[in-house]
Ligand binder design. Structure first.
Ligand SMILES: CC(C)(COP(=O)(O)OP(=O)(O)OC[C@H]1O[C@@H](n2cnc3c(N)ncnc32)[C@H](O)[C@@H]1OP(=O)(O)O)[C@@H](O)C(=O)NCCC(=O)NCCS
Length: 192
């Protein structure tokens, strides 16, 4: 069984490990035109992680995957303008920050969103993403949510297959073609 823990339950010295923030900020590549490449994303967001919104999967004592969650208007990252201004300068930094905030607010319509899911390359096909999806559903259920939503990029066949295998179904196509994603939903059994 893959050990999965909520980030906020780790000790502060583990949470300051740059390897961990690198893993968690690797996602959101589709927003690279706003928040830059993986190294840039780590500088922008690495110090603003809400660890209570991160589930981490471990293999041989090493964090190898995460699921990032967004609910009750709180996602995995605090929105802070300072790192954007430091990285891109005042004008570009402020504009990029505003664009990032807009994309973050767009997702608040989902009661419980699987915001991101990623497994390190070397640990793929070991069932880690499936275990994270199970843990995510349990996390939602124990907090009284009835469903987990996510957005899968149209071009990501592998992820769509994984979600279908794990009980998610595709919702109707949206009228707006951007961003190029499909929404998926999995109902969960609410636990007392
Ligand atoms: C998509 C992604 C998260 C999948 O992670 P993963 O850990 O490899 O996924 P799993 O191992 O749970 O499932 C993949 C396959 O392994 C199989 N598998 C499941 N448990 C297994 C186990 N214990 N041993 C071996 N294989 C297993 C699954 O059945 C699945 O096979 P299938 O494709 O034939 O159905 C990973 O490829 C990734 O991080 N991609 C980049 C980021 C990304 O695209 N994220 C999704 C954004 S929407």
């Amino acid at each position: 069984m893959v050990p999965i823990v909520q980030g906020s339950s780790l000790t502060p010295d583990l949470l300051t490990d740059p390897g961990l923030s690198r893993l968690v900020t690797e996602g959101r590549g589709s927003l690279a035109f706003i928040i830059g490449n993986a190294a840039c994303r780590q500088r922008l967001l690495g110090a603003s992680i809400h660890w209570d919104r991160i589930l981490l999967a471990f293999e041989d004592g090493q964090a190898v995957g995460y699921a990032a969650l967004k609910y009750q208007m709180r996602g995995p990252f605090a929105l802070r303008v300072k790192p954007f201004v430091r990285e891109f300068g005042w004008l570009s930094g402020t504009l990029r920050f505003a664009a990032f905030c807009l994309s973050e607010c767009r997702e608040w319509r989902y009661p419980f969103l699987l915001y991101g899911l990623r497994v390190s390359r070397s640990a793929r096909n070991h069932g880690i993403a499936s275990a994270l999806l199970q843990a995510c559903s349990k996390h939602a259920a124990t907090r009284g949510f009835r469903a987990v939503y996510l957005e899968v990029p149209l071009a990501n066949d592998r992820a769509r297959h994984l979600y279908l295998q794990n009980g998610f179904s595709l919702l109707r196509k949206r009228w707006v073609p951007w961003p190029p994603v499909r929404t998926m939903r999995r109902y969960v059994e609410t636990q007392p």
